[in-house]
Design a protein around this ligand. Sequence first.
Ligand code: DCP
Ligand code: MG
Ligand code: MN
Length: 351
Amino acid sequence: GRKDNPTQLQNPNSRTIEILQSMCDYYTQINDHWRILAYRKAISTLRRQTSKVTTEEEAYTLPSIGKRLAMKIEEIVSTDKLRRLDYANDKPLDQVLALFLKIYDVGTSRANKWVAQGFRTLQDLKDKAPLTTNQRIGIDHFDDLNTRIPRSEVTALGDYVKKEAAKLDPDVELLVGGSYRRGSESSGDIDFIVTKKDTTSVGELVPFLKELIDVLTEKGFLVATLAALHSSRQGKDGPGSKWHGCCVLPASNDAAAAKPIWRRIDFLLVPESEYGAALIYFTGNDIFNRSLRLLASKKGMRLNQRGLYREVMRGPGRVKVREGELVEGRDEKRIFEVLDVKWREPWERWC
Ligand code: DCP
Ligand code: MG
Ligand code: MN
């Protein structure tokens, strides 16, 4: 207890010093050099005082104590603790890290930086961290976007999109891939693969998807864009043309109904000539994809989301030609055959 603490007798500010020291220890843990120094200086100033410092104004007049630290000193004196310290102590840092990693568009390096900067809650981030537009969406709709989608709802959302798509172009084919195609009872998002007969490049499908996005937005089905459509972006292994965003089920859209849950939705545009390879990629799961790619490379081939290629050595030093020679892209089953692996139904592709 506080009353029987003998250090109390030695210095009128000992309790304040004790708490500031805990903060300093915490900043030492996370290597925040600048704050370590600030706290040390403030502590040494307080040690030299012969009377108890109780208000922010009083503290601020002392050397090496800035506005923020002065506020903290008043908080400590009036509440006998520091809120900021409660955060630091009662939540293990790895739990905070796990929380931040669940925000859309946040990777480990970003999340680690935020933890080191002292942020502990989503509110901290909203108030104090510079956020990208997508990160803000991810935080504002954190609960929704971290709720899995029941299979029946994925079906309903999928059917809605297919119906609107058919009105624009009846020849375009849409298939829901990802965990839904693997037969999962719930999904993290809806993964659409979009293709059309006789297409050989993504560009042929871009105008259609632009139009579809417009219609779905107008109808209130699409509610946010996270990755806009870039017809030019066709990295060597990266996504061709894709669109990422959020949607809501229209049935739950009227004012009387409960607030609709925001769902993540992805569209991947694929020319028919690459449909088989894209199906494999977008059906997953990611571990199954990795093992299939590894197998291909062991057989002197290369599998990516556009096709299966035979590596070709050419030129001086017989260097690998980047793409190699296309063996198969169109037919999913044929890719398995060429790789000489037994066909696996989508629901058998969990790793
Ligand atoms: N994919 C991959 N490697 C990644 C990310 C994705 O191979 N790093 C492929 C395999 C996934 C598919 O894309 O199955 C769709 O990606 P999702 O992130 O939507 O994953 P799932 O649909 O499999 O699972 P979830 O239910 O969480 O959406
Ligand atoms: Mg998915
Ligand atoms: Mn997805």
